[in-house]
Design a protein around this ligand. Structure first.
Ligand SMILES: [Zn+2]
Length: 211
């Protein structure tokens, strides 16, 4: 495993912020929709506790869905030379996302591994990439695949392996009521698709003690 210092974090972060795409959440419309939903649920949206709820909920959606405004390629655009080309693995990237079937959160960790082809990216950019895809209406399978494909498309790697484990609140609070179950998804690209031993190496590092 190579340790990588992210020396370019600061200026690149600013650049990413400046290049945000236009706002996608229509706040007045979201407020009206939440008010309408409260009425549909048999509530009185004008009672004291609910009076500010429509605007709070609208702003909350703007925040948790902000990933659509960011082009993940921006995070991965600046790479730097690294002659040693061993495995790079960033474990335990915490994320929260919103399941598109129930609009309830799913929260967990992503683990991102890749085999560089001479160029590497700052570790914080891997975490940013996960966050950018998580802050959307999602399903976990797609989130996993999008992170893997973004690395393939932007880094020119020999292989990418992304593992995501999370708890889905739609499983906790409704339906089958399985509060303890976690969902694990994996996306393998390049060498990790075909080389079982390489894939096992990453998976054993994910099980390694001391995490
Ligand atoms: Zn769900």
């Amino acid at each position: 495993m190579i340790a990588i210092l992210d020396s370019h974090a600061h200026d690149h972060e600013l650049e990413a912020c400046e290049r945000l795409q236009p706002e996608v959440v229509d706040l007045p419309r979201a407020r009206a929709a939440v008010r309408e939903l409260l009425l549909a649920l048999g509530e009185d949206p004008d009672r004291e506790g609910l009076r500010d709820t429509p605007s709070r909920v609208a702003r909350m959606y703007r925040e948790v869905l902000a990933g659509r405004q960011v082009d993940p390629a921006l995070h991965l655009a600046r790479t730097f030379d690294e002659a040693a080309s061993g495995l790079v693995l960033l474990r335990d990237i915490r994320f929260s996302s919103l399941c598109e079937h129930h609009m309830l959160p799913f929260v967990g960790r992503a683990h991102v591994a890749y085999l560089p082809e001479g160029r590497v990216v700052g570790l914080s950019k891997l975490a940013r990439t996960v966050e950018t895809f998580a802050r959307r209406l999602q399903v976990q399978e797609r989130l996993t695949a999008q992170v893997a494909d973004a690395l393939v498309d932007n880094l020119g790697t020999r292989g990418v392996l992304v593992v995501v484990e999370s708890e889905h609140f739609c499983m906790r609070v409704r339906g089958t009521n399985q509060p303890e179950s976690t969902m694990v998804t994996m996306a393998a690209r390049g060498l990790y698709e075909t080389d079982d031993a390489a894939r096992r190496e990453v998976l054993s590092l994910l099980r390694a003690p001391g995490r």
